[in-house]
Write a new protein. Sequence first.
Length: 111
Amino acid sequence: MTKVLVYDNEGGYYDLLRNSIKGNGINFLKYNSDEIDDDCDAVVFFLNDKLEMMDFVRLCRDGSPIIFGAPFYDDDKDIDASDEKIFYVNLRRHRKEISKNLKTLFASHIL
């Protein structure tokens, strides 16, 4: 079972992710600042506020893929990658597009 730690203070993107990617042997764990699961295979981080960057730094792990969703990323791109392990999802898109982009990233880099 693939364990994916999900950071989403608002909860809506966490629900979208869980409902979009079902039954692929993935256990989505919602981030809890008191208990960080160090034994996860990937991290999905939805940034809603620039102050949350400190939590992002705490969750970065060597070798684990990270999907980083933010509303203030380059508006021309839906998905981008800075290297082989960090992927960006544009949160300025419609929920259906975000869901499709997350499915694409999971299929190609996490599953």
